[in-house]
Design a protein around this ligand. Sequence first.
Ligand SMILES: [Zn+2]
Length: 121
Amino acid sequence: MTGNPACGTEQAYQRHRYRNQVTCRRCCDAHAVHVANWRAEAAIDAGPIEPGRYRRALAGDEPAEALLHPDRARLVLILHTRGLPDAHIASHTRMTTYTTARIRSSLGLAANRRATEERPA
Ligand SMILES: [Zn+2]
């Protein structure tokens, strides 16, 4: 291995493993996010379980509540990838911000933040 990756990265996690070191907390967290992203990408490659219903939910024409859980997680992931903060994902999918944050967090994703994020009146 070359270079000296900083702790808190997947590369540093793998270096700990390669050297038979105890992995530090920051590297364990980075590895958990890496695995979560890998699983999410694998799920995206497989496609939605109910494509028609999923497309309608993605368009905002059907509440995410109508989707099976993996499709709901996919929807949150895609909208998160577009840079939307939780509040926007929640209004688009007609879920609560709490549910949106819970699903987003279970995917190992940090919330998107915008300086100009609108707040409900
Ligand atoms: Zn480390």
